[in-house]
Design a protein around this ligand. Structure first.
Ligand SMILES: [Fe+2]
Ligand SMILES: [Fe+2]
Length: 141
């Protein structure tokens, strides 16, 4: 039995990923929602124009979110090393997303949007676990 794709996204994006900071959690949810939509595109080839639109939208959500988070970190009075490390990780992650997109253009035409969606979501979830959840303690000392 295979799970519905939306369920596997929900599993990736469960409440353990909540930072407790409403603006951050809301943006994470928007990214997850788009990821869930992309996961359902099991027949849309990565070579299609619509994948380009999906990727552009995903990229913009993530880039805007990083900007919000970076501004927030400055207002939280976190140690500057922590802010710098987190900000550098955001830049590296945007680069990884670009690489995933470039790579998608060269993969087999048998690959679909749902395939890369798994990869994109995993990158974001990993970042939330290792970096964003650290913001929670800063807002609840
Ligand atoms: Fe972050
Ligand atoms: Fe985040």
């Amino acid at each position: 039995m295979s799970l519905p794709t939306s369920l596997s996204t929900l599993e990736l994006w469960d409440e353990t990923l909540l930072t407790g900071i409403p603006s951050v959690d809301e943006q994470h949810r928007d990214i997850a929602r788009l990821g869930a939509k992309m996961l359902k595109e099991t027949r849309l080839p990565l070579t299609s124009e619509r994948f380009g639109d999906y990727f552009a939208e995903f990229w913009q959500l993530v880039a805007d979110h990083f900007e919000t988070e970076e501004k927030l970190m400055h207002t939280l009075g976190l140690p500057s090393e922590q802010v710098d490390m987190h900000t550098r990780e955001h830049s590296a992650l945007l680069e990884r997303l670009i690489q995933a997109n470039i790579h998608s253009a060269t993969v087999s035409e048998w690959k679909h949007v749902s395939d890369i969606a798994h990869e994109l979501i995993a990158i974001i979830v990993d970042h939330i676990i290792h970096f964003d959840l650290g913001l929670t303690s800063a807002t609840n000392p």
